[in-house]
Write a protein that binds this ligand. Structure first.
Ligand code: F6R
Length: 597
């Protein structure tokens, strides 16, 4: 979604700002803009990708040592130059960039117009610039505070005034991080935008304002009370947010999975599972897993794992549904929120709802220091490293692994039983994933045979039903091919009507529980001339009788097969999208972190 970068210091701001918003490109955007202060405020903005806009408007050549920049993902008002940020007040003294949604902007806009302010855009954000103008009496910080007190909604904000050598940033529901260095200070909506300059970060909390000067930062709350924040050292490095030899981030991240999985398990497996979570978790009598998108698929697998291993009744809900359906929470419920970014608005709202209703809460999160990670009572970090490709890959396999460790942990604590066998098998997964990745050329060949089809069906049983859902989601989001996932047995209740020679059907068909029944489903597809791609266990040659293409994966315990089976489905989606010439890392209409509800 939208991205913000700010810089004030001894260097030219524009190259730092343009480079910073480029680092945020993966989040998805439709227009771009930069404001630099050099006596006056100069603004350049346009619809389109940063490189193209920069080539025409030379954004990175603008002169001045402080400025703010933005990538916009349209919510209020179409993508257009006039709606792109930064927005100015009537006098041209103030410029702002804003992420989030101002819910009461219609009434504020009306009031401001009645007072004589002229609006230059259709956005909700512009009212902030005019409110600052209205309240400005020689101090930007005070004017921003007064403006924010008028606003209902969410904001990550950066504002400049042409006569004040500072940038004022603020946060409510949309992240802002401040990066500190000796000769300059940075601000961004995502640490990866400024990581190459500094690893020392200050994370703003909701209803906090940061006043940043060339070498100083002061943080206060909306009530004007100073807050001692302290800096945190970020653990990611630059190489992790660059593509290296890979064509796309998504491909790089798929290939990183042996390593990311090791990092998720590092220091946590042994004679017992080591998770630094509170012992209060041991009283939990019911688990409720909430998440969205791919993380919701991980939650579905988590339910199987928690019920099978820890024998605790477990429910799964979409965060967006959980928060609105008046969920009945009991004292001994544990609500587990799962999110790669730790910023998804629906999941954050679900976490807050669960806390309000008295549940214990635990976050399974990748991004360290993210809002959900900070607000959940307990947490398990994935340590999968930064995920830049919009389509989630390595975070998913790490989420499933973390849920499996949570299940083993609860089994130990509640029933006093240690699952050494499962822990040993978990530690072999990175090597097994490596051997699947070695099959990439075969998967690419299969992609070459099927990429022109318009519809795909993905089928799996039991713990591999969510894998079918995830395979279908990966394909549709990056290749724009319609794909559906179903439990294999459900095919006969409807989807079978779709099967003909133009319908590739991807079966997750490992040997083990339900295997024979899955073969019967394959027969049914074959009889209707459907094309079959089967994910099968190494050594299973019989399956070739039914499948047009077979991708073999190493054997593992039934309950761990989802981690291995997901890899070829990610690769299949990737190669199909790449063959269609699509922008795999930035699929249309999608954003990496969905901070609107
Ligand atoms: C799919 C995808 C999305 C996210 C979803 C939740 O590839 O990336 O479906 O999984 O938006 O995001 P997080 O996990 O950040 O809460």
């Amino acid at each position: 979604m939208c991205g913000i970068v700010g810089y004030i210091g001894s260097h030219q701001a524009a190259p730092i700002l343009v480079n910073g918003i480029k680092r945020l490109e993966y989040r998805g955007y439709d227009s771009v803009g930069v404001a630099v202060v050099n006596g006056e405020i100069e603004i350049k903005k346009e619809v389109g990708m940063i490189d193209k806009v920069n080539a025409v408007h030379c954004l990175d050549k603008m002169e001045g040592t402080r400025g703010i920049a933005h990538t916009r993902w349209a919510t209020h008002g179409e993508p257009s130059k006039r709606n792109a940020h930064p927005h100015m007040d009537c006098t041209g003294d103030v410029a702002i960039v804003h992420n989030g949604i101002i819910e009461n902007y219609v009434s504020i806009r009306k009031m401001l117009q009645e007072e004589g302010h002229a609006m230059a855009s259709d956005t909700d954000s512009e009212v902030i610039a005019h409110l600052i103008e209205k309240f400005y009496e020689g101090n930007l910080e005070t004017a921003v505070r007064k403006a924010l007190l008028q606003i209902q909604g969410t904001y990550g904000l950066a504002a400049v005034h042409k006569r004040e050598n500072k940038i004022v940033v603020a946060r409510n529901g949309s992240p802002i991080v401040i990066g500190v260095k000796e000769n300059g200070t940075f601000a961004a909506s995502d640490a990866s935008a400024i990581l190459e300059h500094t690893k020392k970060m200050i994370y703003l909390d909701d209803r906090e304002i940061g006043v940043i000067g060339p070498g100083a930062v002061v943080v206060k709350n909306l009530e004007d009370k100073k807050i001692d924040k302290g800096t945190q050292e970020i653990e990611w490095d630059l190489a992790q947010i660059e593509k290296g030899e890979f064509k796309h981030f998504m491909l790089k991240e798929i290939f990183e999975q042996p390593e990311s999985l090791k990092n998720t398990m590092r220091g946590r497996l042994g004679n017992e599972i080591k998770l630094s979570i509170n012992s209060r978790i041991e009283d939990s009598e019911r688990l409720i897993l909430v998440a969205g998108g791919t993380s919701w698929h991980a939650a579905l697998i988590g339910r199987y794992l928690l019920e099978e291993i820890a024998k605790i009744p477990t429910e799964v809900d979409y965060s967006s549904e959980f928060r609105y359906r008046n969920p009945l929470i009991r004292e001994k419920d544990l609500v587990v929120v799962i999110s790669q970014s730790g910023e998804t608005a629906d999941t954050l709202a679900a976490l807050r709802e669960a806390k309000k209703r008295g549940a214990k809460t635990l976050g399974i999160i990748n991004v360290v220091g993210s809002t959900i990670a900070r607000e959940a009572e307990m947490g398990v970090y994935l340590h999968a490293g930064p995920e830049i490709g919009v389509a989630s890959t390595k975070a998913f396999t790490s989420q499933v692994t973390a849920l499996c460790m949570l299940a083993v942990y609860l089994k130990e604590r509640k029933r006093g039983e240690t699952d050494i066998k499962l822990m040993r098998e978990l530690s072999t997964l990175p090597e097994k994933i490596d051997s699947v990745l070695k099959n990439k050329d075969k998967i690419k060949d299969i992609a070459g045979s099927v990429f022109k089809h318009n519809n795909f069906l993905y089928l799996g049983r039991g713990i591999n039903f969510p894998v079918a859902l995830e395979g279908a989601l990966k394909l549709k989001e990056i290749s724009y091919i319609h794909a559906e996932g179903y439990p294999a047995a459900e095919m006969k209740h409807g989807p079978i009507a779709l099967i003909d020679e133009n319908m590739p059907v991807v079966f997750v068909a490992n040997k083990g529980k339900g295997y024979e029944k899955t073969l019967s489903n394959m027969e049914e597809v074959k009889a209707r001339h459907g094309k079959i791609i089967a994910i099968a266990t190494e050594g299973d040659e019989d399956i070739k009788r039914l499948a047009d293409w077979v991708i073999h994966v190493p054997e593992t315990l039934d309950i761990l097969t989802p981690v291995i089976n997901t890899i070829p489905l990610q690769l299949l989606a990737y190669y199909i999208a790449d063959m269609k010439g699509l922008d795999v890392d930035k699929p249309r209409n999608l954003a990496k972190s969905v901070t609107v509800e």
